[in-house]
Design a binder for this molecule. Structure first.
Ligand SMILES: [Zn+2]
Length: 228
């Protein structure tokens, strides 16, 4: 039986990390210096993990242009120039979706509506809040979508707080952080440690980008986003 490169967590991690480092980070560096957030995304072919579309946040233009949404929009846009010279766009089911940061409620829906059956992310919601000073993914999911269960007694606060913010495996998609991919590696602890180090190295590429974004925010750099 033919195996897909997506079957191997190591192959997948290597492609995802290299896409972020070589393709997304340079785009994002330009974006943050003009006031956009540092969230980026890419769409890769499952067959060879080559990038079809790469994008970064453009909240300067609109609060809806998150990295993921921008990426999806570009994926579905007709290519420039002569269409015949472009390779045909794969279907979303044949693609891997990668987000630098765990997708917010808007982007979870965008990914779902577009028909991707997976996504992978480097930073978690907690990272976005604690490392980047951007708490809105968690706050919007809690305030807009989290409804207290009503049985004979109201759901207690601590039970409510323990509920996951969304279904990471559902009928539409399976979502995994890069850290979860490392746990799936069949090699020993040394191999996993190597990958965790590699993930941390790529995460650190965002430290400088975050400083640039936060500096711009404190200096009142123009952005269409209300929640900065
Ligand atoms: Zn988003």
């Amino acid at each position: 039986m033919m195996t897909s490169p997506t079957d191997s967590p190591e192959t997948l991690l290597e492609a995802l990390l290299s896409t972020i480092e070589k393709k997304i980070v340079p785009l994002t560096a330009a974006g943050v210096s003009s006031g956009s957030k540092l969230f980026g995304a890419a769409i890769l072919r499952k067959s060879d993990l080559s990038a079809v579309t790469v994008a970064t946040n453009n909240e300067q233009a609109s609060p809806l242009l998150h990295g993921e949404i921008n990426c999806i929009q570009q994926f579905f846009s007709p290519p420039d120039g002569t269409a015949s010279s472009q390779p045909p766009r794969p279907t979303t089911k044949d693609c891997v979706f990668v987000a630098t940061h765990e997708p917010c409620s808007l982007c979870l829906s965008g990914i779902t509506w577009s028909g991707f059956d997976n996504f992978y992310y480097l930073f978690t919601y907690e990272d976005s809040r604690d490392r980047f000073g951007i708490p809105y993914d968690i706050q919007i999911l809690q305030e807009v979508f989290r409804v207290r269960a009503v049985d004979d007694v109201h759901e207690r606060d601590e039970n409510l707080a323990r509920r996951p913010l969304y279904n990471s495996r559902n009928k539409f998609f399976a979502a995994k952080s890069f850290a979860v991919l490392v746990d799936e590696i069949s090699g020993g602890e040394e191999e996993k440690r190597k990958w965790r180090g590699e993930i941390e190295r790529v995460k650190r590429l965002y430290d400088g980008l975050s400083e640039t974004y936060q500096e711009g925010k404190s200096q009142g750099v123009e952005s269409a986003s209300v929640w900065k």
